[in-house]
Design a protein around this ligand. Structure first.
Ligand code: SF4
Length: 247
């Protein structure tokens, strides 16, 4: 099916604000990927919305073009206030999107904190991964249960752990297909698109945070530094994943 057949008039209006022809073409390609994914997977498809810059772009495109794609946010209980502010703003701006928030299992979290304390992640990589397990991976498993595919905002150039990323690949760890419509985008292109489309984004990005996770595990980085270097900065770069995106 051609792209013209996918696009509704409202979608064309949104992209009219993009004057850079190359950027507009990349956006159209992403829209095509989203709409094809919705056609392929229906309600078996879900979008893991981390509320980062890439996901702010995907959220805006979905709200305009494909609001029936279900999406979820993992609220770990340690998110920065700016991230929660953006979540509220997204829900108010686009009431048409189907967004669900998942929280850690209360009993599991209570047991973990009682045993290890609230900031155990600083003590060792194993404890950090265990915290991510309780606060992120268990809720992720619930969010992905019964799904055939999920959409992420991953990009190849984000880190050494993602440089082999494909648009569509089997996620063996979670047992479904993983789609990354921005896999071939640069950070500069993401920001050019966010600005051209005037989409809301996390204000921490303006304070030196290119990648934003939980507040105690994220810090600002210097211009030009590895964008992921502000995440779990006390660990080796090869290990700086929370387990959501095992390869
Ligand atoms: S990012 Fe930090 S606070 Fe958040 S779940 Fe992982 S270890 Fe815990």
């Amino acid at each position: 099916m051609s792209l013209d057949a996918f696009l509704e008039p409202a979608a064309a209006d949104l992209l009219d604000g993009v004057t850079d022809a190359a950027l507009k073409q990349k956006l159209l390609t992403v829209v095509e990927r989203l709409q094809q994914a919705a056609a392929d997977y229906g309600d078996g498809l879900t979008f893991a919305n981390s509320l980062g810059a890439e996901d702010a772009l995907l959220t805006g495109l979905m709200a305009e073009y494909q609001p029936d794609i279900q999406q979820f946010v993992l609220d770990t209980g340690r998110l920065p206030e700016e991230t929660l502010t953006l979540l509220d703003r997204v829900r108010q701006k686009w009431p048409q999107i189907r967004l669900q928030v998942y929280y850690p299992d209360a009993a599991q979290l209570q047991g973990w904190v009682s045993e290890q304390g609230v900031n155990a992640f600083y003590r060792s990589e194993a404890l950090r991964k265990a915290c991510c397990g309780v606060r992120k991976l268990e809720p992720l498993r619930r969010a992905l249960a019964g799904r055939a595919a999920w959409i992420t905002g991953l990009r190849r150039e984000q880190s050494v752990t993602r440089d082999q990323l494909q648009y569509s690949e089997r996620d063996a760890a979670n047992g479904l297909q993983k789609l990354s419509p921005l896999f071939d985008w640069s950070e500069a292109e993401v920001w050019a698109a966010l600005r051209a489309l005037k989409l809301p984004y996390n204000r921490l990005h303006d304070q030196g945070y290119p990648s934003i996770g939980c507040a105690p595990c994220t810090r600002a980085v210097n211009p030009g530094d590895d964008p992921r270097s502000g995440r779990w900065w006390w660990e080796n770069p090869e290990n700086r994943e929370c387990g959501l995106h095992k390869r």
